[in-house]
Design a protein around this ligand. Structure first.
Ligand code: G3P
Ligand code: CA
Length: 242
């Protein structure tokens, strides 16, 4: 059965990467969550897509320039809807405490864009071990050096390369960075690539697939997972196929 992974939580109906978005995804029956991790000035891992807080909160500037205490003063809900006013940027630890007793597949994307967060890989792993969530987690990144670092630190946790391009034989390349899975943009893959990846034991999860026709197409290709802003839509399609 195709895994359904709620992109930044149920981000179509709640503010992305907030606890309400994660909770709503799980409450609707979705068994997978994707989220993005950054680091504050005082070294705390927090969940937000952008390096800056400008788009999703009432604040301005880079996460790396905020302490957790300062970041927690920002409102990460009101820009989405007044219904969510007062919602804050969560820490990765808060999410793991919530998931602790649940059987949810967690995709943590390490965000390393313009700058490097010192020891972010070790900090992610430390929390996964603390909350016994290593087996249920896949760590992904567009920064494949970060995935190499994760693999140097730990041989058990699963990792996936994120990529936009039509990589040639990505299953071979992924092995060179110690990855276990492929997370391509859906526009760069087709049936043949998905099937050949499967034969090479490198399952493909596509992002971000929201349109009904595209969802149906990737399910028919036997894709391992679909990262989507509309987990309810994918669940309905899968149910109707039975
Ligand atoms: O993990 C898939 C997807 O989240 C990668 O793109 O920009 O939404 O983080 P982005
Ligand atoms: Ca992401």
């Amino acid at each position: 059965m195709t895994k359904i992974i709620a992109h930044r939580g149920a981000s179509a109906i709640a503010p992305e990467n907030t606890m309400p978005a994660f909770k709503k995804a799980i409450e609707m029956g979705c068994k997978g969550i994707e989220t993005d991790v950054h680091m504050t000035k005082d070294g705390v891992l927090v969940l937000c897509h952008d390096e800056k807080v400008d788009r999703t909160t009432d604040g301005k500037g880079f996460i790396k320039d905020y302490t957790l205490k300062e970041l927690k003063k920002l409102d990460a809900g009101v820009k989405f809807s007044h219904e969510f006013a007062g919602v804050h940027i969560p820490t990765l630890e808060e999410l793991l405490i919530y998931l602790f007793d649940k059987d949810i597949y967690l995709n943590i994307e390490i965000k390393l864009g313009g700058f490097y967060y010192p020891d972010i890989e070790a900090k992610v792993l430390e929390l996964l071990y603390k909350y016994n969530y290593v087996e249920k987690t896949i760590i992904s990144s567009f920064n494949h050096y970060s995935l190499v670092e994760v693999r140097k630190l730990d041989s058990d946790v699963k990792t996936a390369i994120l990529y936009m391009e039509g990589l040639y034989k990505p299953w071979e390349y992924a092995k060179t960075v110690g990855a276990n899975m492929l997370h391509p943009c859906f526009e760069g893959v087709n049936r043949e690539i998905i099937q050949e990846a499967k034969i090479n034991k490198m399952p493909i999860t596509v992002f971000t697939v929201d349109e009904r026709k595209e969802i149906e197409r990737f399910i028919s290709y036997g894709v391992y997972g679909i990262i989507t802003n509309y987990p309810d839509r994918v669940m309905t399609i899968l149910k109707n196929k039975k």
